[in-house]
Design a protein. Structure first.
Lengths: 126, 167
């Protein structure tokens, strides 16, 4: 039963992390390069553009769900299992989601990088 | 990629790894939390390690958002995954823990994955005009000498153009 809780938690963390990452990435692309924006229009412009983007809030909400699920999962299982397993699934999920929803060019090089990192993170948990 | 951008990616790596480990230490002190006892989560935040862990992770989120403003998600995530390697290396060389062969293989795989994307372009996605930042659209218009404003945000973009063009 404890394993079901831990793996249910890991899958929930991965799902909401992917949703949060994609929404935040989309929002920040809409905001534009923060360094350039800060230099040309000032910090206040950056803050107001970020704060007025609805995707930010939906992304932060998804990450908050992932974060509180992580708190629960950490109290049930070890960090060495929960964090790498969730991160590993998040890497693969993000590669698919970035291609579909963010129209990123996920070429062979990026797929290999995502799979190597996901496998490496899984092995670190062993 | 400028030095400052590499510094932001390094910050994402370090603050993410430090936040995870400090938070984990705090949650172990707090002990088990039952799903039927949600208010105990609030009390968990009172633990100093949990609070510091949350602060470190908030810094991580701000730096991560900065990186996502000029790089693809599929570039930022592998590039900042060296945090796991940092945790394993600090366990070996600072805490003098035994690191198994499997973990060393994990370190090699992550480092290889990071090496794979290191030379590739950071940004490949191009948002449509109406989704672009009004400021950037306005800057483009000002640079091209075209009438100010993007079709979706004409009034606002005009303001921005004047703020960009005027010294």
């Amino acid at each position: 039963m404890k394993h079901a809780y831990i793996w249910g938690g890991i899958l929930t963390i991965a799902f909401f992390s992917v949703v949060g990452d994609v929404l935040l990435a989309r929002a920040m692309k809409q905001v534009g390069d923060v360094h350039a924006l800060w230099r040309s229009a000032g910090l206040w412009t950056v803050v107001s553009r970020v704060a007025s983007n609805p995707n930010i809030f939906m992304g932060v909400a998804a990450m908050t769900v992932a974060f509180f699920t992580l708190l629960f999962a950490l109290s049930w299982g070890d960090l060495s299992l929960v964090a790498p397993a969730a991160a590993s699934l998040t890497f693969i999920g993000n590669a698919f989601a970035a291609k579909i929803f963010l129209h990123e060019k996920v070429d062979r090089r990026r797929w290999i990088a995502a799979v190597m990192v996901a496998a490496g993170v899984a092995l670190l948990a062993g | 990629m400028t030095f400052r951008k590499y510094l932001v990616l390094a910050g994402v790596t370090v603050f993410g790894a430090a936040g995870d480990s400090v938070l984990s230490h705090g949650m172990k002190q707090v002990g088990n939390i039952s799903i039927h006892d949600l208010p105990s989560l609030i009390f968990a935040v009172m633990n100093p390690y949990v609070a510091i862990g949350i602060l470190l992770l908030l810094t991580f989120i701000v730096l991560n958002m900065t990186a996502l403003s000029w790089a693809d998600l599929t570039y930022v995530l592998p590039a900042t995954s060296m945090g796991y390697v940092l945790l394993a290396l600090s366990a070996r060389f600072i805490l003098h823990e035994q690191v198994s062969l499997t973990r060393w293989l994990g370190i090699v795989l992550i480092s290889g994955g990071v090496g794979f994307i290191a030379g590739s372009p950071a940004l490949t996605s191009h948002l449509h005009g109406e989704e672009q930042s009004p400021l950037l659209a306005a800057k483009g218009a000002a640079r091209n000498g075209a009438p100010s404003g993007s079709p979706s945000h004409p009034a606002h973009a005009e303001e921005v153009v004047s703020s960009v063009v005027e010294p």
